[in-house]
Structure formats: structure tokens, C-alpha cells
Design a protein around this ligand. Structure first.
Ligand code: 8Y4
Length: 280
């Protein structure tokens, strides 16, 4: 199992960690500390040293309740950082965006992956990725970030998420994006209650059984706060527990802020899962 990721091939036989690099001034996950170009590069270098297989750069605050950012503002934040990382790092650079204009500019600057919480549903997004050789992560989201936690209701959350992701995989294939470039993600916390998130985690093996590599993003999320009572700066132990459970459920990419500790947790879980998951 290998992900085609621009000029990189990411081996997913053993699960890997995607490090989160926020370049949003309002990002409460990192307190806006990495908003300058040099600080962003230093943080990315550290994540690569700690074993991140992919660095995910984001310029739009996508946490629940956040307001959308215009594509030009997002480009101003993200593009200089992408240029630096592509020039200086030996790991693929992913860009977290849903705007086609940002995708095209980032791919032109050498980004190897697009991480889209809207699963390429924005106008021009499918074509922008199809015109490249980059990987793409298709994530399920109910509603929009700014209204997302308004009491989501599902008849069967896992069935709905699976159906949605299968349809987006089909749309990508129809647009000419090869299966070897695709990743799917149930979108923990995006229009889901704690009960929905737990059910999706329990039923992750059903998603993994489709054969498209699964990415899980659980790091520091409100789910951890709900389960532990901890504030956002105290959620590492809970996040590591969820990373282990995701790998046991068949996740091949774990998106995390705390790369070093998550790499260790993923190694332990992958060794335990062994042949059962094929994650030797
Ligand atoms: C504290 C820290 C509280 C972070 C909330 C958050 C995912 C993602 C995000 C995910 C994929 C976040 C961009 C939300 N989550 N992309 N992006 N999967 N593929 N919230 O789960 O980290 S941002």
C-alpha cells in the first residue's frame, strides 16, 4: 500500500503521522504562534525530525464555529510557507484548503497533497487536483464549519459517512484522479456529536475495508475535551489514546499536532495490530 503524492511515494504498510502546521492568526490550537514564515519553517523542520511523513499546512481556521477566509487571504498566508517547505524539507507538503485557486497555486509551488475538508466539492476543485499528480484527502463534513455543531442528526452516521466518501471517490475517479492518489477521512468533529464520533471510531474498520487509505484527525479535538474534561493544551494523553484506537481500526494516516509522541503511539499500535490489519 503506497500513496502517490506528487514526486513522493508514501509507504502506508506501516501507518504514518501527518503533522499539523497552522498559519492562521486566530488558530487556537497553536495560539497563533507559527504565523511568521521563519517560525512556520522551524516548526515544520521539527515535525519532520520527529518523524512526520507529511506536513499539512493550513491557512483557513476550520475548527467548528470558525468563519470562512477569502481565497486571496488564505493564499497570502499559505503560499510563502509552502514555497519554503518545498525547498527545505524532504517530506511531502500537504495543503489544507477547499478553494480551487489555492489548490492550483499550492500545487504549482510544489505541494504534493491537497487535504480538503469539503472533499473537492467547491467549483474547480476536482479539475485543479486532476491536473496534478498530487494526492488528495477527501473528508466528510456535515454542514459548514460556522454552523456545524447545531445539533447534527443522522439516521446512521457510519452509513452516511461511508456513502458520502464512496461517492466522492467515484467523482474523483470520473475526473481522472487515479485511485492510488486518494485518501478518505470520516471527519471527526465536523458536524458530529461525541456519540457520532465514538461510533465512527468503532466502525472505522468498515471504512478501511473499502481499500482506500483512511486518515484520522483526532488530535486535541473537542471529543478529547468531552471525554477527559481537559482544556485544549492538556489533551495530548487523550489524543494519543484516540490515535492508537484509530490505528487499531485500520487508519493509515494519523493527523496530529504533537508529532513525536504520536509517532511512538502509532508504532506501538501498529506492532500490536500486526497481521490482523496488515499493519506490520
Ligand atoms: C483543537 C485543535 C481543537 C484542533 C480543534 C481542532 C481535520 C482536518 C482539521 C481532520 C482532515 C482541528 C484541516 C480541525 N481536522 N483535515 N483539518 N481531517 N483531513 N480542530 O480531522 O484540528 S482542522
Amino acid at each position: 500500500m503506497q500513496l502517490r503524492c506528487g514526486r513522493y511515494r508514501v509507504d502506508l504498510v506501516t501507518p504514518v503521522v501527518m503533522g499539523v502546521l497552522n498559519v492562521t492568526p486566530d488558530s487556537f490550537a497553536d495560539g497563533g504562534r507559527h504565523t511568521t514564515r521563519a517560525a512556520a519553517l522551524a516548526q515544520a523542520e521539527r515535525m519532520a525530525e520527529e518523524g512526520a511523513a507529511i506536513i499539512d499546512v493550513g491557512g483557513e481556521s476550520t475548527r467548528p464555529g470558525a468563519r470562512p477566509v477569502a481565497a486571496d487571504e488564505e493564499l497570502r498566508r499559505v503560499l510563502p510557507v509552502v514555497e519554503d517547505l518545498v525547498a527545505r524539507l524532504a517530506v511531502p507538503v500537504s495543503v489544507d484548503t477547499r478553494h480551487a485557486a489555492v489548490m492550483s497555486a499550492a500545487l504549482g509551488a510544489g505541494a504534493s497533497m491537497i487535504n480538503d475538508i469539503a472533499a473537492l466539492r467547491e467549483p474547480g476543485a476536482l479539475a485543479a487536483v486532476a491536473a496534478s499528480d498530487a494526492a488528495v484527502c477527501l473528508m466528510h463534513m456535515r454542514g459548514e464549519p460556522h454552523g456545524m455543531q447545531d445539533a447534527p442528526v443522522y439516521a446512521d452516521v457510519a452509513a452516511e459517512v461511508l456513502g458520502f466518501l464512496r461517492a466522492r471517490v467515484a467523482a474523483c475517479r470520473a475526473a481522472g484522479i487515479d485511485a492510488g492518489r486518494l485518501v478518505v477521512d470520516p471527519g471527526f468533529g465536523f458536524g458530529k456529536t461525541l456519540a457520532h464520533n465514538l461510533e465512527l471510531l468503532r466502525r472505522l474498520p468498515e471504512l478501511a475495508a473499502d481499500g482506500v487509505p483512511v486518515l484520522a484527525g483526532l488530535s486535541r479535538k473537542s471529543m478529547v475535551g468531552q471525554l477527559t474534561g481537559r482544556g485544549v493544551g492538556e489533551r495530548l494523553p487523550g489524543s494519543l489514546a484516540l490515535a492508537v484506537l484509530a490505528v487499531l481500526g485500520g487508519a493509515r494516516i494519523v493527523r496530529a499536532h504533537d508529532v513525536g509522541p504520536t509517532v511512538d503511539a502509532v508504532k506501538v499500535a501498529a506492532a500490536f495490530a500486526g497481521e490482523r490489519n496488515g499493519t506490520a
